[in-house]
Design a protein around this ligand. Structure first.
Ligand SMILES: [Zn+2]
Length: 163
């Protein structure tokens, strides 16, 4: 499976609403969050759910980085009502943006797609990408930018040690 499913695309887009390098956040305010949700065919959120939306994103980003410290994100998931339709169409059976995102996340995790969904190993970057390498071993979003930056840093660190 080389192409991300719609659920993986959604999780990836959601995780990348924050750009660490540019210092921008597409979900910074409720109004901005609702604009993003609307563009992604998701229902709007109120102020309380906006807070939860940010916590869920923090949790998902932590999980994608391989961390188990998903604290507030996990708390959001635990409180969510998730409606499962017995005819099997779970996605249309849920009504809040949070529940829809949680289900997308569950699908990604349960279908093994989480193995290809990675967060860039460069902490200053943190971009979430879809790893198409055969043994899903990619660590950086773009080898050209982040991979080379990491290499340069290791090189500088070594130079310092040698002195
Ligand atoms: Zn990167």
């Amino acid at each position: 499976m080389l192409e991300p499913s719609p659920e993986a695309e959604l999780v990836m887009a959601f995780a990348n609403t924050v750009d660490l390098e540019d210092g921008t956040d597409e979900l910074a305010t409720s109004a901005e969050a609702n604009k993003w949700l609307q563009a992604n065919d998701l229902p709007r959120v109120n102020a309380a759910d906006h807070r939860r939306l940010l916590d869920l994103r923090t949790g998902i980003r932590a999980a994608l980085a391989g961390s188990t410290e998903t604290g507030t994100g996990q708390a959001v998931l635990a409180e969510l009502p998730v409606f499962v339709n017995l005819t099997g169409d779970v996605l249309t059976a849920t009504h809040s943006a949070l529940s829809r995102l949680a289900i997308a996340w569950a699908v990604v995790a349960l279908t093994g797609q989480a193995e290809r969904l990675k967060r860039c190993a460069d902490d200053a970057c943190g971009w979430v990408f879809w790893d198409v390498s055969r043994n899903h071993s990619r660590r950086w979003c773009t080898m050209r930018v982040c991979g080379n930056r990491a290499k340069a840093r290791r090189y500088t660190a070594r130079q310092k040690q040698e002195r």
